[in-house]
Design a protein around this ligand. Structure first.
Ligand SMILES: [Zn+2]
Length: 97
């Protein structure tokens, strides 16, 4: 069983209102604020993310190419590597670069 990272939640300052909870545009009269829609006036957003704890393995891949195979003839020009090699850190060479 692979170890998966667990969800982390942190509070971030609302970028729409710079943490004030108030939205204002040129349409509002002086002294008038509108509740920020992006944070509902709280001034913060909740950022949820899963920390990276190592690349996860797929069970449905055998070989890895550097790019998509558009033409069937690409198969001869683009040399894939095994998924095991990829998983161990190798990268297939992109011959178009
Ligand atoms: Zn806001």
């Amino acid at each position: 069983m692979e170890k998966k990272g667990s969800l982390v939640k942190i509070e971030t300052i609302c970028r729409s209102c710079s943490g004030t909870g108030i939205f204002r545009s040129f349409l509002e009269e002086n002294g008038v604020g509108i509740v920020c829609r992006d944070c509902n006036g709280d001034g913060k957003n909740i950022l949820e993310y899963v920390p990276f704890t190592g690349r996860r393995r797929r069970s449905d891949i055998d070989v890895v190419y550097a790019e998509r195979l558009i033409l069937f003839s690409d198969r001869e020009n683009l040399h894939p590597i095994s998924y095991d090699a990829f998983f161990n850190g190798e990268k297939p060479i992109n011959h178009h670069q």
